[in-house]
Design a protein around this ligand. Structure first.
Ligand SMILES: Cc1cc2nc3c(=O)[nH]c(=O)nc-3n(C[C@H](O)[C@H](O)[C@H](O)COP(=O)(O)OP(=O)(O)OC[C@H]3O[C@@H](n4cnc5c(N)ncnc54)[C@H](O)[C@@H]3O)c2cc1C
Length: 432
């Protein structure tokens, strides 16, 4: 079958490996050669792609919940959406959630995903108490900060390359209501955007949309959204109705003119410098989930998301250069999202470090990869790194410079025989 990630680039002819139960899988693993786990296909690039893949979504049972501590144990194929539907009405929410709820627990751990609250709560892996992992020889091991700690740290962020996560126990957080108190701060340039992030750093959730085609005195203008759970409100949850993009948009629909027009309108729609309102969890955390198959708007050739992070001391200079380079290229991105991060958790392949990250979506078109190579150089010059969960094209040299613990990860994989069994297109490209 034709398999892609969320960006629909690249594609691979791939065969699913049937996985009725872990015992059967353990028997098969030695016979079938390299493969990679596949969660819900929401990573953008090639991290879950390989000629043989293991669909993990079917393993979706809740196994235990402790209402005293909020510790949930479930199989790795459970979707974050299923956790919210079940536990928000009981007053519990995910401690860490990315910008889509349509990912599996296994995918959340393997990418060590972060949300709008990294500066306060860290990564998904930081909420995990323990997990069970099937290794390449079919052995199932338990990992935590106390038991097999190296393997645990390598698995959180390890992009499926340390084994198959079967189950996980992680903490949910108690919330008083299903409503978010939301503030929107309109800024006119990068100075103001940074100042606003710092001013609202004690709000648990923050994210800024940046107008990446703005130049000159407007460079870095943004709408910063901050939020916190409102103390009063109901604890019901009814998933929002979704709309569907029915087919691929033609390639010309998204061009620098349409992106510039969209950006100008989106920015102008917000009139006040600061506005406050209330939002439900779906519209605050998961606005893109409202449209099924929104990845089709980038056309048949697909798109890549480019997400990098820079240490705080170099974030301003680096972002100025990146935004200037993009604006000059004319290859705008609809979505340009800036986030603030707290300290790194030290997991060898985990993406976040203390600073700012920018995520940009670009449709595949001539000249794009040359632009991204230029951006890579700026990122490296400013001490930054690229996010594997979004990547489809970074070079091995660029990747290695951003992740100083990469050799440690490689050694662990080879000493445990994991590199014989688990491989993705991404791991082959990057020599992981
Ligand atoms: C709209 C949108 C918004 C997003 N926002 C964010 C964000 O804010 N922050 C963020 O960090 N990410 C974000 N992401 C990326 C997404 O959270 C990650 O790519 C996540 O890993 C996808 O999980 P998945 O279940 O779809 O896994 P897949 O995409 O199928 O796989 C991702 C990786 O997990 C591995 N994997 C999956 N299941 C298992 C398992 N059981 N055992 C071992 N390895 C496994 C795969 O091998 C692969 O390497 C976003 C994605 C989208 C589409």
């Amino acid at each position: 079958m034709h398999l892609t990630g969320w960006g629909r680039y690249p594609a691979v002819d791939a065969a699913p490996v049937a996985f009725p139960n872990p015992r059967a899988l353990a028997q098969k693993l030695s016979e079938i050669g390299p493969l990679i786990a596949f969660g819900n296909g929401r990573s953008y690039g090639d991290s879950a792609l390989a000629p043989q893949f293991l669909p993990c979504r079917q393993r979706d049972r809740f196994l235990d919940f402790d209402p005293e501590t909020g510790l949930l144990t479930c199989e790795a194929g459970v979707l974050l959406a299923e956790i919210i539907e079940t536990f928000l009405p009981q007053g519990w929410f995910l401690k860490v959630t990315p910008g889509t709820k349509l990912i599996t627990v296994g995918g959340a751990i393997a990418a060590d995903v972060h949300g709008k609250n990294h500066h306060v709560d860290g990564c998904f892996g930081d909420t995990v108490q323990s997990l069970t992992l099937m290794l390449g020889d079919g052995q199932v091991v338990r990992c935590s900060r106390e038991e097999n700690p190296e393997l645990f740290r390598a698995t959180c962020g390890g992009m499926g390359l340390t084994g198959i996560i079967l189950e996980a126990s992680f903490f949910l957080k108690a919330v008083p209501s299903n409503r978010i108190e939301q503030g929107t701060i309109k800024t006119t340039n990068l100075d103001e955007t940074f100042a606003a992030f710092e001013r609202y750093a004690d709000w648990p959730y923050s994210v800024a949309w940046i107008d990446c085609l703005a130049k000159g005195k407007d460079l870095g203008r943004s709408l910063l959204m901050v939020g916190k759970f409102a103390p009063l409100g109901e604890l019901t949850y009814r998933p929002r109705k979704t709309k569907t993009v029915p087919c691929d948009f033609p390639g010309f629909t998204l061009n620098s003119l349409s992106v510039r027009a969209f950006n100008a309108l989106y920015y102008a729609k917000v009139r006040s410098r600061i506005s406050m309102n209330f939002a439900d969890v779906d519209s605050f955390f998961y606005p893109l989930d409202a449209i099924n198959h929104w990845n089709r708007i980038y056309g048949r050739k697909g798109f890549v998301q480019y997400q990098f992070i820079l240490p705080k001391a170099y974030s301003y200079a680096g972002l100025q250069e990146v935004l200037g380079t993009i604006a000059a290229s004319g290859m705008g991105s609809f979505l340009a999202v800036l986030k603030l991060y707290g300290p790194s958790n030290g997991n060898p392949l985990s993406f976040p470090l203390e600073g700012y990250s920018l995520a940009l979506d670009f449709k595949i078109e001539p000249g794009l990869f040359a632009l991204l190579d230029r951006l890579d150089r700026i990122v490296l010059q400013h001490g930054g790194r690229i996010y594997l969960a979004k990547d489809a094209r970074v070079s091995r040299e660029t990747f290695e410079q951003g992740y100083p613990q990469i050799d440690h990860f490689r050694q662990l994989r080879s000493s445990m025989g994991l590199s014989d069994t688990f491989h993705s297109l991404q791991s082959q490209r990057l020599g992981l």
